[in-house]
Design a protein around this ligand. Structure first.
Ligand SMILES: C[S@@+](CC[C@H](N)C(=O)[O-])C[C@H]1O[C@@H](n2cnc3c(N)ncnc32)[C@H](O)[C@@H]1O
Length: 457
């Protein structure tokens, strides 16, 4: 055979099965839209660590196992997200492309900045080997992505976040997986009065407008019978909208819409609220329908307001930890969420003293506090994790921003991933795996996110 013929034979044997046949058995079909190396890596781990039945029930990267569609594919299929009619084509195609990654279940109920990719979380829970009945902890749960994914996988979970708004958001998204939705449909029919009620009772996020915080706001405390149709208030809430999960669901939609209204005047605040409430209802209906058709029992999840440096969790009681540290050098969580936090009655000054990355005065001092706080978080994770358990940290690094803070050229900046890796042995961890995820999108100043899997001795 000539070299040309040899090349041609070699190429056709390689191309007949492609990379897929090298990485995966033939009966596993990947979900559409996989484009990153880290996704293939995680899919590879899932294919080697899970049984076929486990891939069907809780795999993140496969659509079919033989003829059986996976639960993940079923949860994500169909219309991606019901966006309001005034949404741009660009926004629509963005959500369609993220259909299997982010825009499913109740994850999209509030666009919390810096939140996890839910699909990646599912795969990481699988890589850590957690099984139904075991417990995972996210000490900085943000919008509750880990808790929602764990619940959908039959894994128990505990989450903490220092922000009462995060606790509220996580709790509401979890409740939406199973709460009765008729009251929301009723509220939508009477959307105008629900909106006016919130405007009057919570306030708007316009500069200078008065916000009525939770502690002094009868809406959050009084029995329903006292605040419905109260004379002098807007039309009042429909009587069906009074259970706590319903109330929280509506409040989250209102806070979300208030944020949009502050950023754009293209639509009226009422249009925003109605569009967002419709989208929330659609998302909750969609996931509840799938949950009603597959054999899956949601596992209990406990979202708490708490400090990751002093976890309200017993020693060695957790089977796995998964979290992403605050990106406070890039995202000011207090400024971003100030309207929502004030509406929920938080004291922003007191919160700043506890929020990792915001503590301290001068930039250098803030960085030193960040490092020592993250050391304390790692030591708490080691305390609550059972020996042999895994702790996964997903962290983005922005060398330019940290460089500016420290007065260093970006090439001399210690990446947060390196800092965490360096300090982790002090708390009994050793590194098992490190993967990188490239961050795309022009608005994001971080370029790489690191996935670090540590094991407790
Ligand atoms: C990158 S975000 C986590 C996002 C989350 N993974 C998600 O999917 O939504 C980091 C979180 O750390 C929280 N945080 C900051 N300081 C904290 C502390 N001392 N204890 C607990 N959480 C804290 C912030 O409120 C923020 O929600």
């Amino acid at each position: 055979m000539t070299p040309k013929e040899q090349h041609s034979k070699h190429l056709s044997s390689l191309s007949s099965g492609g990379l897929h046949s090298v990485l995966f058995p033939g009966h596993l079909r990947l979900i559409p839209g996989i484009s990153d190396v880290y996704e293939l890596e995680l899919a590879f781990f899932e294919s080697r660590l899970l049984t076929d039945d486990e891939i069907v029930r809780r795999g993140a990267y496969f659509a079919h196992v033989g003829e059986r569609p996976t639960y993940h594919a079923q949860i994500c299929s169909g219309e991606a997200l019901r966006l309001p009619s005034f949404s741009s084509a660009r926004l629509r195609s963005f959500f369609e492309s993220k259909q299997f990654k982010t825009s499913y279940a109740t994850h999209g109920l509030f666009p919390y900045r810096g939140k996890f990719h839910p699909q990646m979380v599912k795969a990481l829970i699988n890589v850590m080997g957690l099984k139904p009945g075991e417990t995972i902890l996210d000490p900085m749960m943000g919008s509750g992505t880990v808790l929602i994914e764990a619940s959908l996988m039959g894994i128990r979970s505990v989450g903490t976040d220092i922000s009462p708004f995060c606790q509220f958001m996580a709790q509401t998204k979890l409740a939406a997986l199973r709460m009765p939705l008729d009251p929301i449909r009723i509220a939508l029919r009477d959307c105008k009065s629900v909106f006016s009620y919130f405007q009057e009772n919570i306030g708007t996020s316009k500069p200078g407008s008065k916000i009525r915080p939770r502690h002094s706001n009868p809406f959050f405390h009084e029995p329903a019978s006292d605040y419905i149709h109260r004379p002098g208030m807007a039309a009042g809430l429909p009587a069906a909208c009074v259970s706590k999960p319903t109330r929280d669901f509506l409040v989250l939609a209102y806070l979300d819409s208030a944020g949009y209204s502050a950023r754009t005047t293209r639509n009226t605040p009422y249009d925003h609220f109605r569009g967002i409430l419709q989208r929330y209802l659609f998302a909750a209906e969609k996931i509840q329908k799938v949950l009603g058709s597959v054999d899956l029992e949601l596992a209990p999840a406990t979202p708490l307001e708490g400090d990751a440096r002093c976890l309200p969790v017993q020693d060695s009681s957790i089977d796995g930890v998964l979290f992403s540290p605050p990106y406070s050098f890039a995202i000011d969580y207090l400024k971003n969420d100030s309207f929502h936090l004030e509406a929920l009655g938080a004291n922003l000054e007191a919160l700043k003293e506890k929020m990792i990355g915001l503590r301290g005065g001068m930039p250098r001092q803030r960085f030193e506090f960040y490092k020592s706080d993250m050391g304390t978080v790692l030591s708490e994770c080691a305390r609550v994790l059972r020996p042999g358990g895994y702790c996964t940290i997903v962290v983005g690094t922005n060398d330019n921003q940290i460089g500016r803070m420290l007065g260093l050229p970006p090439s001399k900046v210690p990446g947060i991933d390196e800092l965490l890796l360096d300090m982790s042995p002090l708390y009994g961890f050793h590194t098992i795996l490190k993967l990188n995820r490239q961050i795309t999108g022009m608005a994001n100043t971080m370029r790489t996110e690191h996935i670090i899997i540590l094991k407790l001795e």
